[in-house]
Ligand binder design. Structure first.
Ligand code: BGC
Length: 744
């Protein structure tokens, strides 16, 4: 867990001299600006590039000409961004270039698996490489600024936006956050393939009550700091250029006017120097939250709390000047915010060449480049989680008669998932097409099964009967079930996490047909798969969770099914047995009446009377086509003697299977006695190891005192003496324990 920092955060990876030089240049420009022009820089609007309707600001192009806009989002492609940039540069009084932002969340044109899937790879370098590809393509299409990474920790699969983050764990989310910032921003902000990153949503958005999107959040400041803020801080430490505020309230105060978050923590404690932008119309929503009386009041609250740029509602544009004149907002605050916008433009090189990102030739070469597709395929292979395998996968030798069943098996659009940038369904293949291609010579029969959107029990009988018939004529059936793209993502919370429509009945019928069955589930969130899993027991069957795997997802799925590659992903979020367990996460506190494993049925313990407490599939879980044995772990000494001391834990792993594999070795901590109750497990480190068939590898983890620390009830970070447990293993419920003492 990160501890408070006292040194100024990096801005990209600029050194102090370069930052100071940019600031000096921008101060000179600031001195020439009118108040209205400054407020213009603090305002952002969507373009009409891919949106139509009432959300467009009428006459936004005139706003650009008149210097009333600092940034445009949803404008992309080299040609269109040049047209808009020309308005700003040639027609506005000072010619300050626009900053073009866009939601480049898991790829721009080459679409990678959704972020929750990428987090399942536990592969920071791979995730960094994915963000690099996304940045390269986006930058070639005129974009300067990616609204990513989304780092909201979430422990409630009802919330549709879990698909955008890295799941339930602060450490894994932090590693994914910094990997993405490095990937988007690259080594040098002036490189033509670097874009500014924007960590979002700050903060606590993933803790929406009841998993309902945009709902209130009520967290103690301690939990906020311990669980939800670390990935944001990791992004700040990695040099992220900007932060986006979240829609929700935190302890009654909306995040978009929350001085604790925006001033005390972000600026004073973390020393963040970049830009703070709101989420879409979040200042306007201060009215609905009931903390602002009118638009002017909302603008005042947001700017005084520390917001630098207003996304879309135009409240800054309409009210900041009069607020300054009335002394309700200081001129210094406006200068501070404007300067941050200008510095970002400066370090991206836009003052030198406002059109440097608008280059059609570069755009044509970058989009869907073969190397980008290759990386997307690799990442998709590494992010699908094998949940069950009763001696069925891989399908080797390849079957000669295959039944492929399910609407999703023949869908391209649903493979991309929400927030797919400029990704296009036509760039992806369906699983059906990929299987037919790779199994040339084999007979591949397809049935669409039951419609996903329509829960029609009447017609399902006929469709299921037909599907069973084709399954029975095949050697193997592949049933693809799950969510369609609009079923997860923003504003897509659900209360039922089972397979939508009649898909469960379809899958159960195919499994019961007696034909060996691979069930592939696709979704943007953990699903409730209890009945499905139970039906697999004793059958020749397998369950592979493919998430939404992106443009190359179908190819990657076939790679795994046929055994060209072994699955290696591990769940970044617990899969519940039923919705009633939510929120569900491994890092819970112990409770005064725990359910002990050795005594599973005491009446008055913290449990349900109709369900186990445990998830169906735990955090960190995932199978592969090989088996890795863990020997007894060892510690080099029994005691850690001070803040600078360290322990080394080592363990030998043996790949006892016949295939090369990747093992994600997970290290958890428990602090059984402390000044506050501590989680029963806390991930403190992990390593992703490639291990050849038959090979034996010794790996080690270094444990330092800072990894034992936590935020106490006084909100101060502390590290307390005592005995600690380390739990090392293949997932959170499959570990070996060691103990050591911390005696500073
Ligand atoms: C989302 C943000 C996104 C913004 C701009 C909002 O609705 O919450 O994540 O960056 O729209 O598209």
């Amino acid at each position: 867990m990160a501890s408070p920092s006292a040194t100024p955060a990096r801005f990209f990876n600029l050194d102090e001299r370069d930052y100071a030089a940019a600031e000096q240049r921008c101060r000179a420009l600031l001195a020439r600006m009118t108040l209205a022009e400054k407020v213009g820089q603090m305002s952002q609007f969507t373009s009409d590039r891919d949106t139509t309707g009432p959300s467009i600001r009428e006459g936004y192009q005139d706003d650009i000409r008149e210097g009333r806009v600092g940034s445009i989002f949803n404008a992309f492609d080299a040609d269109f961004t040049r047209q808009l940039q020309t308005l700003a540069v040639n027609e506005s009084r000072l010619g300050v270039p626009l900053l073009f932002g866009y939601d480049v969340v898991h790829g721009f044109r080459t679409i990678f698996p959704i972020p929750l899937a990428m987090a399942s790879s536990w592969h920071s370098e791979g995730v960094e490489a994915a963000a690099r590809v996304a940045a390269t393509e986006a930058a070639a299409a005129g974009i300067h600024w990616a609204f990513a990474p989304m780092v909201d920790v979430s422990r409630d699969a009802r919330w549709g936006r879990v698909m955008e983050g890295a799941g339930e764990d602060p450490l894994l989310s932090s590693r994914m956050a910094s990997a993405q910032v490095r990937g988007y921003q690259g080594h040098d902000p002036r490189a033509l393939d670097s874009v500014a990153a924007c960590v979002k949503h700050y903060a606590g958005y993933g803790a929406a009550e009841a998993g309902r999107d945009y709902n209130s959040v009520d967290l103690s400041e301690r939990v906020m700091r311990s669980v939800h803020l670390p990935p944001h801080q990791a992004a700040v430490n990695a040099g992220v250029a900007s932060v986006m505020t979240s829609f929700n309230t935190v302890d009654g105060v909306p995040a978009s006017c929350n001085a604790l978050l925006l001033r005390q923590i972000l600026r004073d404690e973390w020393q963040f120097r970049g830009l703070v932008v709101t989420d879409y119309t979040a200042i306007m929503e201060l009215l609905e939250h009931g903390v602002a009386a009118d638009p002017r009041d909302a603008a005042r609250l947001a700017v005084n709390a520390g917001v630098d740029m207003d996304m879309q509602d135009g409240y800054f544009l309409d009210h900041l000047a009069e607020l300054v004149e009335a002394d309700d907002v200081s001129a210094a605050r406006i200068d501070e915010a404007t300067l941050r916008v200008l510095i970002l433009k400066d370090v991206l090189g836009l003052f030198e060449d406002p059109y440097r990102y608008c280059d059609e030739a570069r755009e044509a070469a970058a989009l869907l480049a073969p190397e980008h597709r290759r990386k997307a395929r690799e990442m998709a292979q590494q992010s699908m989680v094998l949940l069950e395998n009763n001696d069925l996968l891989p399908l080797s030798p390849a079957p000669q008669r295959l039944a492929v069943i399910g609407e999703l098996a023949d869908s391209r659009a649903d493979l991309l998932g929400p927030w797919h940038g400029d990704g296009q369904a036509q760039d992806a293949r369906t699983l059906l097409a990929a299987l037919k291609d790779r199994l040339s010579g084999a007979e591949v029969c397809y049935h669409a099964g039951v419609p996903i959107d329509i829960d029609d029990t009447a017609s399902r009988q006929r469709e299921i009967a037909e599907a069973i018939t084709i399954a029975q004529q095949a050697e193997v059936a592949v049933v693809v079930v799950g969510e369609k793209e609009p079923m997860s993502g923003e504003a897509a919370s659900r209360t039922d996490l089972g397979l939508p429509g009649q898909q469960l009945a379809l899958a159960l019928a195919v499994i019961a047909s007696g034909t060996p069955t691979v069930v592939v589930t696709l979704s943007g969130r953990p699903l409730v798969l209890s009945e499905l899993t139970a039906a697999l027991t004793g059958q020749s069957a397998a369950l592979l969770h493919g998430w939404w795997p992106g443009s190359e997802g179908a190819e990657a799925l076939v790679d795994l099914l046929l055994g060209d590659v072994s699955p290696c992903a591990r769940l970044p979020m617990s899969f519940p047995r039923n919705v009633g367990q939510l929120p569900l996460y491994y890092g819970q506190l112990p409770t005064g009446r725990p359910v002990f494993r050795e005594n599973p049925d005491p009446r008055y313990s913290s449990k349900y009377i109709d369900s186990p407490n445990t998830p169906l599939y735990p955090f960190g879980y995932g199978l592969s086509y090989t088996h890795v044995d863990y020997a007894t772990p060892q510690l080099d000494k029994p005691t850690l003697t001070g803040p600078n001391d360290q322990l080394t834990l080592s363990i030998e792993l043996t790949n006892t299977g016949e295939r090369d594999g990747v093992e994600v070795v997970q290290l958890y901590l428990r602090d059984p006695v402390a000044s506050i109750s501590r989680p029963i497990r806390e991930l403190i480190d992990f390593q992703r190891i490639e291990i050849a068939a038959g090979a034996r590898e010794r790996i080690s983890f270094v444990i330092r005192a800072e990894q034992l620390g936590f935020i106490g009830s006084d909100l101060r970070w502390r590290c307390e003496a005592g005995r600690f447990e380390l739990h090392i293993g293949a997932h959170v419920e499959d570990t070996q324990m060691l103990t050591f003492d911390y005696q500073p």
